[in-house]
Design a protein around this ligand. Structure first.
Ligand code: PLP
Length: 392
């Protein structure tokens, strides 16, 4: 008999009933150090008092109004994002997937309005852009697309890091190139700054729109508000979600005035996108994470964490191979099976997230206390000891 919850996830036998900061409490009372943060969602940890207050205050005033009317919290958040980024305009969604949908529509509409037949979007292996028809066609992996055809046409999936293939595919017929500055699901694979710069040049050369998917790597995760800032280039369109709502469902598409020029009244919409509850929380997240002093702390913590992780890898070369990533978007490339590391972690009271390429992701709350960073590495050391013991 099928489970009453559609069985698309194989879930760990854990049921969390409350959370505070970087910690989650299981129904049986055990406490877990959360290095997954809902897969980079709980950017400020669990139950951050300022976010709880923002949500409660908005909940007491007004839950929902249609986008047929003005929504002050949405305006406030849009203004803050425009103020702090390359973008001139923002559309709010409820998820990263919906942001991907709009980005694809926006790019195609841009060229359609110019009377040009440019619909092709270049994407890369190992990427993840959500599970909608556009999202899976964009990622192009067998695992995500098998059985779901016919796929949305118009995506060319190139080998990640194959510069020659990219040079050959880029032309004045291409509508857009979509890429994650740091691949998340693909195994914490950062695009070197020089490559992102080169990609910007290539896009400029052919008039191609550059779409960055910062759903996982954005919102302070790498130590800049958005990851592309490290390379000193800006996209035309950007997808944001996960961290922006701090745990409340919220996503966004940010764009330049030019890239967004096709999206006039009636061309797109969302019932829930940009609702008062989500935007009240999002505005508070933005206020905290968008602060330079906060981002400086993320960088300091990231340096501390990374240094300790390098020590861990050196101490357990049979279990771990390397540390990779940017800021607090960290990956442990494993020699043992990454699933063993994650599952053994459950017993040691530490939560990590697997990714492709045999990597374990560490995506802690951006405000994780230094003591918890030290404890995290200690627990990961115990995990490695146990795996070594099991193998012996
Ligand atoms: C999680 C993710 C998405 C999809 O976001 P959802 O909110 O799950 O729809 C898209 N792109 C990237 C890079 C992601 O990590």
């Amino acid at each position: 008999m099928i489970a009453s919850i559609l069985p698309t996830y194989s879930r760990a036998p854990l049921t969390f009933t409350s959370g505070e900061g970087s910690w989650l409490t299981e129904a049986d009372g055990r406490r877990f150090l959360d290095l997954g943060a809902g897969i980079a969602v709980n950017a400020l940890g669990h139950a951050h008092p300022a976010l709880v207050a923002a949500l409660a205050e908005q909940a007491g005033a007004l839950w929902h109004v249609s986008n047929l009317y003005n929504i002050p919290a949405q305006q406030q958040l849009a203004d803050a994002l425009v103020d702090k980024t390359f973008a001139d305009t923002v559309f709010f969604t409820n998820s990263g997937t919906e942001a991907c949908e709009l980005a694809v529509k926006m790019a195609r509409k841009y060229w359609s309005d110019k009377g040009e037949d440019r619909t092709e979007i270049i994407t890369f292996t190992g990427s993840f852009h959500g599970r909608s028809s556009a999202g899976i066609a964009a990622a192009g992996s067998e695992k995500m697309t098998k059985g779901f055809g016919p796929l949305l046409p118009g995506f060319t999936n190139l080998e990640f890091g194959d510069h020659d293939a990219l040079q050959a595919a880029a032309s004045d017929q291409v509508a857009a190139i979509m890429i994650e500055p740091v691949q998340g699901e693909g195994g914490i694979r950062p695009l070197p700054d020089a490559c992102l710069k080169g990609l910007r040049d290539l896009c400029d050369q052919h008039g191609i729109l550059m779409i960055l998917d910062e759903v996982q790597c954005g919102m302070g995760r790498t130590g800049k508000l958005f990851a592309h800032e490290w390379a000193g280039v800006t996209p035309d369109i950007m997808l944001v979600a996960k961290g922006i709502g701090g745990g409340f469902p919220l996503g966004a598409v940010l764009a330049t005035e030019d890239a967004a020029s096709g999206m006039t009244a009636g061309t797109h919409g969302s019932t829930y996108g940009g609702n008062p509850l989500a935007c009240a929380v999002g505005a508070k997240v933005m206020e905290i994470v968008g602060d330079d002093a906060f981002l400086a702390e993320v960088n300091r913590k990231a340096g501390l964490f990374r240094q300790k992780l390098e020590g861990l890898v050196a101490a357990y070369p049979d279990v771990f191979e390397a540390v990779r990533g940017s800021g607090l978007m960290l990956g442990l490339k494993c020699k043992a099976a990454n699933s063993d590391v994650v599952n053994t972690g459950f017993g040691q009271g530490v939560l990590t997230v697997p990714a492709a390429d045999n990597v374990v992701r560490l995506l802690p709350a951006l405000n994780i206390p230094d003591d918890d960073i030290a404890l995290a590495v200690e627990k990961l050391g115990q995990v490695a000891e146990q795996i070594k013991g099991d193998d012996a």
